[in-house]
Design a protein. Structure first.
Length: 115
């Protein structure tokens, strides 16, 4: 990123936005980075509350693509959880069979909501 690293550009890929968060290990750095993410989302006609909810969901989801240690650290530092699997501290790591089962349940629920 060019310029101030705590000011995210309007046009940014998910990787550019969330990869840095996966490397953070310090609470203050996490708070500063979370604020930058929230500010970025608020630029797109979202309230602060909406932006905080969106960012916590996105960070939790994105961390799900990483190893369990990274996911646990991100969830703790950013006070978030995976939107499908829940918090790793409470539900534990997700194995492939559980992930598949949850996917089927969500798919069936979405299908049942269709008109």
């Amino acid at each position: 990123m060019k310029g101030d690293p705590m000011t995210l550009p309007d046009r940014i890929t998910l990787g550019e936005k969330y990869d840095p968060a996966m490397k953070i290990t310090d609470e203050q750095e996490a708070a500063t980075y979370f604020e930058a993410c929230v500010e970025h989302t608020m630029r797109f006609d979202r309230t602060r509350a909406e932006a905080e909810t969106i960012e916590r969901s996105n960070l939790g989801y994105y961390a799900g693509y990483y190893d369990d240690e990274t996911r646990a650290r991100v969830e703790r530092l950013f006070r978030c959880q995976h939107p499908v699997f829940g918090p790793i501290a409470a539900t534990g790591p997700v194995d492939p069979l559980r992930a598949l089962g949850l996917g089927f349940l969500r798919g069936a629920a979405a299908r049942d909501r269709r008109p």
